[in-house]
Every structure is written in structure tokens, then in C-alpha cells.
Design a protein around this ligand. Structure first.
Ligand SMILES: C[S@@+](CC[C@H](N)C(=O)[O-])C[C@H]1O[C@@H](n2cnc3c(N)ncnc32)[C@H](O)[C@@H]1O
Length: 194
């Protein structure tokens, strides 16, 4: 199955690099670090945005409790299908996070405690970054956590700098992890608190 995930990533990266955002799924090291940043007292409702083929998902699942609720939203049809065949018992929507309001209505969920995102921020326009961050901020509980990563080479580009400044403006605190070298490409994680 990992081979299938890697093949799907390569195919979609070469067809549409901007919407895929990565040439290969995240490493286990990046997944583990993302999972470790999930606070155990904020796992009643956890969402994953842009799970791709589910490279980070097992590290999120490890942090959940028996009464936690989890759902994911993935826009790419093939990644969504691979995810569904891997994680038969998990809830995933084949949609864009732009459709969050109807998705939350369907699930009868008002607010989320923790959001783990792999959305390809560097591919988004400044306006789309702002729009998505507003959406995310709105659906988090006060004190809720938003985790997202950025590839280090992207952080010096205008889109990466714009993301950092929007995170600082939107959230009450933003912590940056050390560089995770064991990932292609190396990445940092932003841990943001509402
Ligand atoms: C960089 S990949 C990360 C995939 C996976 N989480 C990983 O770490 O290997 C970004 C993912 O975000 C998805 N994506 C991009 N825009 C999206 C959107 N608006 N709503 C939901 N998913 C989106 C892409 O299809 C892709 O699967």
C-alpha cells in the first residue's frame, strides 16, 4: 500500500504540482512529530485537512481516546480512495475544506478542538490562504490547536512569508518546531493556538 501511495503522489505531482503540493507522502518522522504536538486534553473532536494517502493519520489516531471523534477532508479523488481503502472505519469526505460548513452540519459538529493540516499553503494565493485560515480559526474552540507544516525552502518565498504573517495575525500564539530533516523536503511545523 505505501508503494501505491507513492505512485499516486508522483502521478498527481507531475500532473498538478500546485494542488498536490508534494512529490511524495510525508515521512514517518514528520508524522510522528505532528502527532506528538496534539494535546491530549484537546482530542474530543479532531480533523485532518489534506490527509492525502494517510501518511500522518496513524500518528493522529495514536493520540485519540476511545470517545474522540475524527474526520478528514481530501480534495483529490485518488488519494481519497486510497485513504478509504486503508482506513475503512474512518470518516473522510471527498471535498475541499471550502465546504466545511455543510460537512460540519452533516456531522452535527459545531466546533473542533484540534485541526491537523497538510494543506499546500505555498501553492495558494494570499487571498486563499487568508480565506482558509479564517475558516479554520472560526471552527476551532477557544484554546483550540491548529497544526500545519511548511517545507523550509518555501518559508523564504513570498507565499511562505505571507502564511507566517497571517498565522501570527490570526492566532493568539504560534510556535515553530526545529527543522525536521528526515522528510522530503525538510519541513517545520507551526503549532497555533486560538
Ligand atoms: C502536501 S500534500 C500532504 C498529504 C499527506 N497529508 C502527507 O503528509 O503525505 C497536500 C494534500 O492536501 C490536499 N488538498 C489541497 N487542497 C485541498 C483543499 N482545498 N481541501 C482538501 N484537501 C486539499 C491535496 O490533495 C494533498 O493530498
Amino acid at each position: 500500500m505505501p508503494q501505491k501511495g507513492i505512485r499516486a503522489f508522483l502521478k498527481h505531482f507531475f500532473r498538478n504540482p500546485l494542488s498536490t503540493g508534494a512529490i511524495t507522502p510525508s515521512s514517518r518522522t514528520l508524522g510522528r512529530k505532528m502527532g506528538e504536538l496534539i494535546e491530549p486534553e484537546r482530542v474530543k473532536i479532531v480533523a485532518e485537512f489534506g490527509p492525502g494517502t494517510g501518511a500522518i493519520t496513524p500518528f493522529i489516531l495514536k493520540r485519540l481516546k476511545p470517545d474522540s471523534r475524527f474526520f478528514a477532508v481530501e480534495r483529490n479523488k485518488e488519494f481519497y480512495e486510497i485513504f478509504r481503502s486503508k482506513y475503512k472505519n474512518l470518516t473522510i469526505f471527498h471535498d475541499s475544506i471550502e465546504q466545511l460548513s455543510p460537512i460540519l452540519k452533516k456531522l452535527n459538529i459545531d466546533k473542533i478542538e484540534t485541526i491537523v493540516s497538510s494543506l499546500p499553503w505555498a501553492s495558494f494565493s494570499d487571498q486563499l490562504q487568508e480565506h482558509f485560515l479564517r475558516l479554520i480559526h472560526k471552527i476551532l474552540i477557544p484554546g483550540g490547536t491548529f497544526l500545519t507544516f511548511a517545507y523550509i525552502h518555501g518559508t523564504i518565498l513570498p507565499s511562505g512569508r505571507n502564511l507566517r504573517s497571517l498565522l501570527d495575525k490570526t492566532f493568539s500564539s504560534v510556535e515553530v518546531s526545529p527543522i525536521i530533516w528526515r522528510n522530503i523536503p525538510p519541513a517545520i511545523i507551526y503549532k497555533c493556538k486560538k
